[in-house]
Structures are given as structure tokens and as C-alpha cells.
Design a binder for this molecule. Structure first.
Ligand code: HEC
Ligand code: HEC
Ligand code: HEC
Ligand code: HEC
Length: 381
């Protein structure tokens, strides 16, 4: 038996939620023992290297015949050949660029080559080396039909994005059966392919199995799901903690607010340019990479204005605009701007609130002895 699927089926609101879901889904697929995963548009949002590394870690083969890098070289294997006794089954995969629910955020490093050409070429190659061919089409049925209707040699087409009315079996004009696979994890489909002595291949009708209460949960899979749910619940409660965290400040301090780095650009372009070259400018991204962006124990030193009114996480400020250790994390409230030397004095004394050997948490950067002069040179502006 072969387990084939389209890529991760994300339901998250944004890239960060996708990223967390994809970690979870990869673990699931790895544990189940997936035979091949067709690449889908949402898979690409996390960046090619990250996506490939996750699949490799779980030993999940990826395939897509029509994704290339900026130089036009294929990024994935077009498909894969599976052996059953003396018979060989070729599985080819394409993604439909016309159906990109996240089209605009696909990384620039990726190019979609012509879908139909990729199918024709892939089928021609596989025909020489296999006894039957399955096409995984990452798109809608109409589009799959439009691209494959006149291509001979495909024995079965499985398409990805289906409305419920499309879950009835159909055929191309060449007589190739075309089905859709599972529906958001609520069921899965099974097809048996029989190789006949005369070289022909026959597909059984598509059987759908509802994954309802009748089907017992697998403890190993359930454990992974529980772990994910617990992590999400913790993330949610922590995000609330972050919003509530404010320390007592004087009335004078409360009058002021953070403006964000963009507000400094018009007058301090040079400082802004050099700021973006330092690790402070990506300090929050570091936490996102570690899946710790909602951990109050971490954000404290990786954002601007932790624990103070108008700072990171406070309702009155757009939260995202105060991610990273920005200008005001060192210089203080932008609205308190003066030319008296105060902002500079404040910044000099401020480093050690985050850089000190008594960090409550050992987060990789040792910082055993923080030396102001030395450190300033590395971020001077
Ligand atoms: C609000 C907390 C905070 C303050 C204040 C702060 N830093 Fe940092 N600093 C960080 C974090 C977090 C990182 C690590 C960022 C990462 O790697 O993602 C960092 C990294 C650095 C680095 C490594 C930079 C690089 O580009 O490799 C230097 C040097 C540094 N800080 C110097 C300073 C100096 C000097 C001050 C005071 C003028 C200061 N920092 C103030 C949080 C802070
Ligand atoms: C008290 C302040 C503080 C807290 C709390 C904190 N960090 Fe950091 N973090 C820093 C500073 C400062 C640096 C840069 C240290 C350096 O360059 O020596 C840093 C650097 C890092 C780095 C980059 C390490 C490297 O060398 O590439 C990572 C990753 C990191 N922090 C993750 C975390 C995580 C995860 C947490 C929560 C568990 C956390 N931090 C909590 C201050 C803090
Ligand atoms: C990591 C902390 C930190 C960050 C982030 C930071 N600064 Fe500074 N900045 C300092 C310190 C410390 C000094 C004084 C350095 C010294 O002379 O010892 C300074 C100096 C300055 C000065 C005075 C320079 C001069 O000597 O005339 C300006 C202007 C300034 N910063 C603007 C900015 C702007 C704008 C940003 C954001 C784009 C920014 N800073 C980000 C710490 C920081
Ligand atoms: C409308 C122009 C303007 C904007 C916007 C602006 N500044 Fe300034 N800033 C100045 C001028 C002018 C000085 C004095 C420069 C000098 O003396 O060389 C100054 C000085 C500073 C100094 C040194 C002050 C001191 O204590 O002596 C810092 C630090 C600074 N600005 C940070 C910021 C930050 C951070 C922002 C964004 C939140 C910002 N500035 C936005 C015009 C501006």
C-alpha cells in the first residue's frame, strides 16, 4: 500500500501559525510513514530550506515537477517510482500555480514552470521506466481536466482542492479516472490498481472511509496531537500574560509612547541603516524561529518596551510594530525625544537590562562579561 498526499493542509491565520502547524503535521506524517508528499503552495511559505529540512528530518519524500529555482533548475524530484513485485508504479506530482491561495507570499526564490509541459515531460520519462502512472495534481478538478484531458499514458489522476460536489468519480476524455483524495482529515480514500498480463492497468472504484468515532485512535498519533494542543493552549495563555504585563511607571513616563523605528527614518537615516545590519533588528525573528515568540520569559529582552505602557504587547500599540530590539528599546520613548544628551545617557545605561551575566535564562548568547566599549563597537551608529 502507498500513502500519498498533497502537502500540509493549513488552516492557520498567518505564516507563524502555519509554521507551527507544519511542524506538527510533519511529525504526524513521519510517524505514520508517508510514502510521498506532493508539494503545495502553502508549504512554500515557510521558505524552501526550512520546508525541505523538515521533510528530510521525518524522511518524507517530496515531489513536484513544476517548481524551479531562479535559474530554472528543478527544486524537487518530479515524482517517484515504487516497486510492487515485478511491477513499477510511477507517481508524478505538479502544483497548479493558478490556484495559489497564498500566491503573493511565495518566496522570490521559487518559479513555477509551465504545468502542462511538466506533466507531458514527466509522463514521457516515467513511461519508459514504469508499468503505470499516477498523477498528483495540486489544484482543482476543472484545472486538472484542462491540463490533462489530451495527455495519454496516465492511469489515475488525484487532485487536491475539491468542493464536496466534486467528490464523485469522473474520467478524462482519454478515459483516465480522476478522483480527489481525503477531505481535511475527516476521511481518506482508497483505490486498488490491478496490473493485468496484457499490460493494461485497472483502477477500482474509489472507496471513502469516514474517520469517525468507529475508528479507534492510534495512541502514538494521539500523543502528538495532544502535545500540539497543549503547546497551542500554553501559547494562548502566554499571549494574554504578555498583554497584561505592565510595571508601575511615573505619570511622566506614562504620558509618552513608542513610535517604532520607522518614525526615526526621516531624520536619522544613517542610524537606521546601520541598525538594520545588527542582530537587534532580527531579535524577535530569532524567537519566532525557536517557536518562543509568545513566551513571556523570552520576549522580555527580544522586543521594544517590555512591561511598560505602550510597549510591546500592550493593547494601545500595534504589537508587531514593536517586535525586535528597536531604537527606543535603548533610547526610550520617542515622544520624549530631546537633544540634551538624555537619550544617549539612557541608552548607555540600558544595555545591561538585557545583557548581563545574571540573565534569568540561558538563551544561547553567553554574555558572561558584557563589555560596553567592546559591544558598542559592534553596533555603533
Ligand atoms: C531590550 C533588550 C536589549 C537591549 C536594551 C540591548 N540589547 Fe543587545 N541584544 C539583545 C538581544 C536579544 C540580542 C540578540 C539578538 C539575536 O541574535 O537575535 C542582542 C545582541 C547584541 C549584540 C550582538 C550583535 C550582532 O550584530 O552580532 C551586541 C554587540 C549587542 N547586543 C550590544 C548591545 C549594546 C551595546 C547595548 C546597549 C547600548 C544593547 N545591546 C542593548 C537585546 C538587547
Ligand atoms: C534577560 C534578557 C533575555 C531573556 C529573558 C532572553 N534572552 Fe535571548 N538573548 C538575550 C541577549 C542579550 C542575547 C544576545 C547575547 C549575546 O550576543 O551574547 C540573546 C540571544 C538569544 C539567541 C541567539 C543566540 C545566538 O548566539 O545565536 C537566542 C536563540 C535567544 N536569545 C533565545 C531566547 C529564548 C528562547 C529565550 C526564552 C527562553 C530568551 N532568549 C530569553 C537576552 C535575553
Ligand atoms: C542597542 C541599543 C541601541 C539601539 C537599538 C539604537 N541605539 Fe542609538 N545609540 C545607542 C547608544 C548606546 C548611543 C551612544 C553611544 C556612545 O556614544 O557611547 C547611541 C547613539 C545614538 C545617536 C547619537 C549619535 C551621535 O553621537 O550623534 C543617535 C542619533 C541614535 N543613537 C539614534 C538611533 C536610532 C535612530 C536608532 C534606531 C534606528 C538607534 N539609535 C538604535 C544605543 C542604541
Ligand atoms: C524630525 C527629525 C527627527 C526625528 C523624526 C527624530 N530625531 Fe532624533 N534627533 C534629531 C535631531 C535634529 C537631533 C540632534 C542631532 C545632533 O545634535 O546632532 C536628534 C538627536 C537624537 C539623539 C541624540 C540625542 C541626545 O540625547 O543628545 C538620539 C538618541 C535620537 N535623536 C534618537 C531618535 C530616535 C530613536 C528617533 C525615532 C523614535 C528620532 N530620534 C527621531 C531629529 C530627529
Amino acid at each position: 500500500m502507498l500513502l500519498l498526499s498533497g502537502g500540509d493542509n493549513f488552516t492557520g491565520r498567518d505564516d507563524r501559525e502555519w509554521k507551527r502547524q507544519s511542524d506538527f503535521l510533519f511529525e504526524l506524517m513521519g510517524t505514520i510513514g508517508w510514502d510521498l508528499s506532493a508539494v503545495q503552495s502553502t508549504d512554500l511559505l515557510q521558505g524552501l530550506d526550512v520546508f525541505k529540512a523538515k521533510a528530510a528530518k521525518q524522511s518524507i519524500p517530496l515531489a513536484c515537477a513544476n517548481i524551479a529555482d531562479a535559474e530554472g533548475n528543478p527544486v524537487f524530484d518530479p515524482g517517484r517510482i515504487f516497486h510492487f513485485g515485478n511491477k513499477r508504479l510511477g507517481v508524478l506530482s505538479v502544483v497548479d500555480p493558478e490556484h495559489q491561495n497564498a500566491r503573493t507570499r511565495i518566496p522570490d526564490e521559487i518559479i513555477f514552470t509551465d504545468t502542462k509541459e511538466a506533466i507531458e515531460k514527466g509522463v514521457a520519462e516515467l513511461k519508459k521506466r514504469t508499468d503505470a502512472i499516477v498523477l498528483l495534481f495540486g489544484g482543482r478538478r476543472e484545472s486538472a481536466l484542462r491540463h490533462c484531458d489530451d495527455i495519454a499514458g496516465i492511469d489515475l489522476i488525484l487532485f487536491g482542492m475539491a468542493s464536496s460536489s466534486q467528490r464523485v468519480p469522473a474520467e478524462t476524455t482519454m478515459g483516465t479516472p480522476i478522483y480527489t483524495a481525503a477531505n481535511r482529515g475527516k476521511d481518506f480514500g482508497e483505490i486498488t490498481m490491478t496490473f493485468h498480463d496484457d499490460g493494461s492497468v485497472k483502477c477500482s472504484p474509489f472507496t471513502v472511509y469516514e474517520l469517525d468515532k468507529e475508528i479507534k485512535e492510534d495512541p502514538a498519533i494521539l500523543a502528538i496531537y495532544d502535545k500540539y494542543k497543549a503547546a497551542e493552549a500554553l501559547r494562548k495563555s502566554r499571549s494574554r500574560e504578555i498583554r497584561l504585563a505592565v510595571k508601575d511607571l511615573s505619570e511622566e513616563e506614562v504620558r509618552h509612547s513608542y513610535m517604532g523605528v520607522e518614525a526615526c527614518t526621516s531624520c536619522h537615516q544613517d542610524a537606521v541603516d546601520s541598525f538594520y545590519r545588527t542582530a537587534h533588528a532580527t531579535s524577535f525573528d530569532t524567537l519566532v524561529d525557536e517557536l518562543q515568540e509568545n513566551n513571556p520569559e523570552c520576549v522580555a529582552c527580544h522586543v521594544t518596551g517590555w512591561m511598560v505602557p505602550g510597549g510591546f504587547g500592550q493593547a494601545s500599540s500595534g504589537r508587531r510594530s514593536l517586535e525586535q530590539v528597536q531604537c527606543e528599546a535603548c533610547h526610550g520613548y520617542g515622544t520624549a525625544h530631546s537633544r540634551s544628551g538624555n537619550l544617549v545617557d539612557f541608552a548607555r545605561a540600558n544595555c545591561v537590562t538585557c545583557h548581563s551575566s545574571e540573565k534569568p535564562i540561558d538563551c544561547g548568547g553567553a554574555d558572561e562579561k558584557f563589555d560596553y566599549e567592546d559591544s558598542w563597537k559592534k553596533i555603533a551608529h
